[in-house]
Write a protein that binds this ligand. Structure first.
Ligand SMILES: *Cc1c(COP(=O)(O)O)cnc(C)c1O
Length: 380
């Protein structure tokens, strides 16, 4: 059996008739940017996220960057970011001229540890940028009061968490700025790049609207110096179709996660993700920790199962951030995670047979042992 990490064509084939029709509608309309599809999708996505405003942009990276810019964050400002995240989180901060200040993750949720945030705040701190990593919500109920006490903004990196719930409310609900990505591999994926910001703040939404289109909402009237970060009509039309299936698809992801948890939880040398009781993750990724990760990965590959590592190099050790001189050992949790995490295939189109094949292959791997076997035990 050969199991791809992610098969994007399956999503298209399931919705082919509707997606084809939506694309035909746009192609024949003669409006490829700034049109009714974006307008409608913005309304539908704001409603889905239980928030007032949505502004579509060109990518998740744009969504983060324009949120920071619209909040007036720039040169010399410090923004608290997780040490364990995809590099785009840090890059958005760097792009606006601000300084990313890393804070280690909590070891259950792998999201920003709220208990470590206060000690990272300085007089130059202006914002906290939590990431709802792998689809598990960061603990906003703890982060929001901290931000309020110190007068900081919260910009959420929700790229991996579309549809997740935090204490019953959707990720994006009540957010000053929640940045989403519609990169094809994300839970709500376009057929190219795309992103959006969801916000409670009408003025902030307006500024992002200006920034994404050369500082203009009216042709040749440029109020500020903006950029080109627009979502095209084809992508918006595709996203409108997929949005109506997102909840069902996320439920199918949860079902795969439930199989993994049931079959892998008892294995020594393996730590399964355990969502907190108040969280309904979007299960963008199913990330194990394995003491002998590389061995488990090799055994899975031999069984035809393609896995990935999110992420093999902690951002502070990436050459892109060498100038920050954050040495090895500076963020031991992020560094340990980079050695131990392993992402199993997950998605709405992964069959039960494939999920069973995967757990059987892990159980056979000498990198994992059944409870009761003589062997190692990982404790964190
Ligand atoms: C995908 C992703 C981004 C960037 O989104 P793009 O649409 O690729 O620009 C940012 N942060 C995280 C955590 C992501 O997973």
């Amino acid at each position: 059996m050969d199991v791809a990490f992610l098969d994007l064509s399956a999503a298209y084939l399931e919705l082919r008739a509707d997606i084809d029709q939506a694309c035909q509608r746009v192609l024949g309309s003669g409006r490829y940017l700034h049109g009714p599809e974006n307008e409608a999708f913005e309304k539908e996505f704001a409603t889905y996220c239980e928030n007032a405003y949505c502004v579509t942009v060109g990518s998740g990276c744009d969504a983060l960057e324009l949120s920071l810019l619209a909040l007036g964050i720039g040169r010399g400002d410090e923004v608290i970011v997780p040490s364990h995240t995809f590099i785009a989180t840090w890059l958005a901060v760097s792009k606006v001229g601000a300084i990313p200040v890393p804070v280690e993750p909590d070891q259950v949720t792998y999201t920003l540890d709220p208990g470590l945030v206060e000690q990272a705040i300085t007089p130059r701190t202006v914002a906290i940028l939590p990431v709802h990593l792998y689809g598990h919500p960061a603990d906003l109920d703890v982060l929001r009061p901290i931000a309020e006490r110190y007068g900081l903004a919260i910009v959420e990196d929700a790229a991996q968490a579309v549809g997740a719930r935090h204490r019953g409310r959707r990720i994006g609900a009540g957010s000053t700025a929640a940045a989403f990505s519609f990169y094809p591999g994300k839970n709500l994926g376009a057929m190219g790049d795309g992103g959006a910001v969801v916000t409670t703040d009408a003025a902030l939404a307006r500024r992002i609207r200006l920034l994404r289109n050369y500082g203009s909402t009216e042709k040749y009237v440029h109020e500020i110096r903006g950029t080109n970060a627009r979502l095209d009509e084809l992508q918006a039309a595709v996203l409108r179709v997929k949005l109506t299936h997102l909840d069902e698809w996320n439920t199918r992801r949860s079902a795969v996660a439930a199989i993994y948890r049931a079959e892998l939880q008892g294995l020594l040398g393996i730590v399964t993700p355990e969502p907190l009781p108040w969280a309904e993750p979007a299960w963008h990724l199913y990330v194990l920790r394995a003491q002998d990760r590389d061995l488990v990965m090799r055994d899975l590959e031999a069984a035809g199962v393609h896995t990935l590592i999110h992420y093999p190099t902690p951002v502070h050790l990436s050459p892109a951030y060498a100038d920050m001189e954050l040495r090895k050992g500076a963020f031991p949790i992020a560094e340990a995670l980079s050695r131990e995490v392993l992402s199993l295939p997950i998605g709405p189109h992964l069959s039960t047979a494939a999920a069973n094949h995967i757990v059987a292959a892990i159980a056979r791997s000498s990198g994992a042992k059944r409870l009761g076997d003589a062997g190692f035990e990982v404790r964190y």
